[in-house]
Design a protein around this ligand. Structure first.
Ligand code: DQA
Length: 189
């Protein structure tokens, strides 16, 4: 039976252990900055680790109500986010699920592995006390993100149950909401 902390790291990062995860991450930053300074060792910089979580039906982006959500798929958003983040020395993990329980589990597991959570909880934004409680319990800075401007849509979308426990909300900029969220996450450093 493995140690539970180590098992969590393996499932998130497919590393051998918590120690190897951190050594790999620091070595990666060191190698990069070493190269950039022409071989002169520099102080190790901490990389910002951002966990992007996407809720129900966002796997259908690209075909789902394109007049509201546009034509870009979630995979394309992910690749845009990765590009944007890597140019800013940030590391990204990107996930989607249709299950509220998965989102709660991922938020709980994020502590110690990520610095900031960016959450598009989709419809659970408007219904989930469980998500709100998970964000409050874990205490990691969380940024709420939406493609559409939820305040300009149906009344039931005007209320976000997670907004009061998030650091801020970015909504209405389409796929740019996600890249703006990377910058917002970095600003919390
Ligand atoms: C959404 C807005 C939610 O109201 C809706 O349920 C979604 C997507 C957005 O990104 O605009 O599924 O979160």
């Amino acid at each position: 039976m493995g140690h539970p902390r180590i098992n969590r790291v393996q499932s998130l990062h497919s590393c051998d252990s918590l120690a190897s995860f951190y050594v790999t991450r620091l070595a990666c930053v060191f190698t990069k900055s070493h190269r950039q300074t022409g071989g002169q060792p520099t102080k190790l910089q901490e990389i910002m680790r951002i966990l992007f979580l996407n809720g129900p039906n966002l796997n259908l982006l690209g075909q789902r109500e394109p007049e509201v959500y546009g034509h870009t798929t979630l995979a394309e958003i992910e690749s845009k986010v990765r590009q944007h983040a890597s140019s800013r020395q940030a590391e990204v993990e990107f996930r989607q699920t249709n299950s509220e329980g998965d989102l709660v589990g991922w938020i709980q597991e994020a502590r110690g592995h990520f610095d900031v959570i960016v959450l598009n909880a989709a419809a659970y934004t408007h219904t989930s006390i469980a998500l709100r409680d998970a964000i409050a319990a874990v205490g990691l800075p969380t940024i709420e993100v939406h493609l559409s401007n939820i305040s300009a849509r149906e009344d039931f979308r005007h209320r976000s149950l997670i907004a009061p426990v998030c650091r801020g909300q970015i909504a209405g900029f389409g796929t740019e909401s996600y890249t703006l969220a990377v910058d917002a996450a970095i600003s919390l450093k």
